[in-house]
Design a protein around this ligand. Structure first.
Ligand SMILES: [Zn+2]
Length: 196
């Protein structure tokens, strides 16, 4: 089997779980690191055994010192046994995936609320309701953004002007069946499509 040194890519991938597991400190002397002053130490001294469990962060000097310092070799062997029993990386990766997924679905929910609220607001202001005349023929884009943003924030506690603006622009795009935009004296308005 071909074996190789730890790659930069593996280092970049494992630095965060290593810090979460052991803190950002030298495994051997527990001292702090200066900028870029750490190395990936192989607990069993086999530089080709690049399993996550076989790695700790250490000062370069402590990594070298371990070669002739029995006490460091003992704690290295104990740490390797502990890591192998713990299986930290699998659990860590599961948690990462879970939190990323949660963020994405929260974002999707917020988008849905913005779209729903924007539509309701434009329908209520610009379209005729149950035989009544429409409330008005046009609405300032700026006003629509502020109102929809307010309504979304009341419902979700979140929602930015930028996000609301993006959705209002989508709802009033040139192929929208219900709404359109016009610009008068540099001011943007939202209007009914039928009025065109
Ligand atoms: Zn050290």
């Amino acid at each position: 089997m071909m074996t190789k040194q730890l790659t930069e890519r593996q280092k970049a991938k494992w630095i965060n779980p290593l810090i979460d597991r052991d803190d950002f400190q030298c495994f051997y002397c527990t001292g702090k690191f200066g900028k870029n002053s750490y190395v990936f130490d192989h607990l069993n001294d086999n530089p080709h055994d690049n399993r996550f469990d076989n790695l700790v962060l250490a000062h370069q000097s402590c990594n070298v010192r371990k070669g002739f310092y029995g006490e460091y070799q003992v704690i290295a062997r104990e740490k390797l046994r502990k890591n192998e029993a713990e299986n930290f990386l699998a659990e860590w990766e599961r948690e990462q995936k879970h939190s990323t997924h949660k963020e994405t679905s929260d974002e999707a929910d917020l988008n849905k609320t913005i779209i729903k609220t924007s539509k309701q607001f434009l329908i209520q202001e610009l379209l005729s309701q149950m035989g009544h005349e429409p409330r008005r023929d046009e609405i300032l884009m700026k006003e629509a953004i502020e109102c929809v943003c307010y309504l979304v924030q009341q419902e979700t506690g979140r929602g930015s002007h930028t996000a609301v603006q993006r959705h209002l622009e989508t709802l009033t795009c040139v192929i929208s069946k219900e709404f359109a935009r016009k610009e008068v004296n540099g001011k943007k308005y939202i209007i009914r499509r039928e009025g065109l």
